[in-house]
Write a protein that binds this ligand. Structure first.
Ligand code: 3EB
Length: 321
């Protein structure tokens, strides 16, 4: 039996009404900021990145295995035999670095204690991500704090690091982190077209500890991917070219992932597309729709991206078949 037995994901429109069952739901992310009524035992990451295209949407992670709900410190979780979904939402009262380090320490304490030490995928949302305070951009403060927590828990800073994304949420939102963790190790995947983020040169600040993708059983998680070749942003100011370059990076990651496990295909993935300027949406869609096909699951969200010059970032998840 595959270790990730029965992990499934779906983007569900709130207009579709309340799902018939919640007993098989590992966790949920919502993207509108609207407080929708879900059973209290479901961990819900309330991500404040407005939905640009289509109705209000939830991302739902399900599994076929029996589920148990709980809370560890401030981490709300559900777990199956193999997998754990968790989320933590913290105010920045102690400052962004302290809040980030606290969130990550709680995540690592929870996954270690509960026995799912392998974090395959982690999502990070923080407001004003490109704003500089105390002489350092907030994304860079986040990177420094994430590293501190990894070091405190004696985790790797390169190589075996989670697939991830880090986006700017609406001003005034809390820091929201959610993750999928496993009893068994995931396989990290890097992009041959890009310098690994954990090896970026010092000009980008404290090194970001994430992998470009990870494979967990027959699931591929593609991290937030942008118009970066080598370590540099390319096509500055050109959203069409940035979108195409991002697709080329995703294709390169797919080819790389298929060397570890075959059967991943662009048109079988589900996508989140983060758009810095909402006026760019039609141009981005004009590039993606022909490439991804008419049946693709694509969720377009309004969010700042962690480099000032990036206009679009795309993440994806898919299953080998
Ligand atoms: C990049 O490739 C774009 O800090 O966790 C993408 C995915 C990015 C994850 C993170 C940042 C992160 O560098 C930014």
């Amino acid at each position: 039996m595959a270790l990730e037995a029965g992990l499934q994901f779906d983007y569900v429109s709130l207009a579709a009404g309340t799902p018939a069952r919640w007993d098989d739901v590992l966790g949920v992310a919502t993207f509108s900021g609207s407080a929708s009524a879900l059973p209290a035992t479901i961990p819900v990451a309330h991500v404040h990145t407005p939905v640009l295209a289509g109705a209000d949407v939830r991302e739902i992670w399900r599994t076929t295995q029996p589920i148990e709900s709980g809370q560890f410190s401030q981490v709300h979780y559900r777990r199956s035999q193999d997998l754990m979904f968790g989320c933590v939402s913290l105010t920045e009262a102690p400052g962004l670095p302290a809040a980030t380090e606290a969130a990550y320490r709680e995540v690592f304490a929870a996954v270690n204690e509960l026995g799912y030490p392998h974090v395959a995928r982690i999502w990070n949302y923080l407001p004003q991500i490109n704003v500089e305070t105390d002489g350092l951009e907030r994304y860079r403060q986040f990177n420094s704090a994430r590293r501190n927590a990894l070091i405190a828990y004696q985790r790797d800073l390169t190589g075996n690091v989670p697939a991830a994304c880090a986006l700017g949420s609406v001003t005034g939102s809390p820091l929201v982190v959610h993750f999928l963790a496993s009893r068994k190790a995931a396989t990290p995947v890097e992009n041959p077209r890009q310098v690994s983020a954990y090896d970026y040169p010092a000009q980008y600040g404290p090194k970001p500890a994430f992998s470009r993708a990870s494979i967990l059983g027959d699931i591929l998680f593609i991290s937030g991917t942008a118009s970066i070749v080598g370590h540099e942003t390319i096509h500055v100011g050109d959203v069409v070219a940035q979108t195409r370059e991002t697709l080329a990076n995703i294709e390169a990651l797919l080819a790389e992932a298929n060397r570890f496990k075959s059967g991943f295909e662009l048109r079988k993935l589900a996508f989140k597309v983060y758009v810095r300027n909402s006026a760019d949406l039609p141009l981005i869609q004009s590039q993606l729709e022909p490439a991804l096909g008419p049946k693709a699951q694509v969720l377009y969200l309004h969010a700042d991206i962690c480099r000032q010059d990036l206009l679009v970032e795309i993440e994806a998840v898919g299953r080998a078949h």
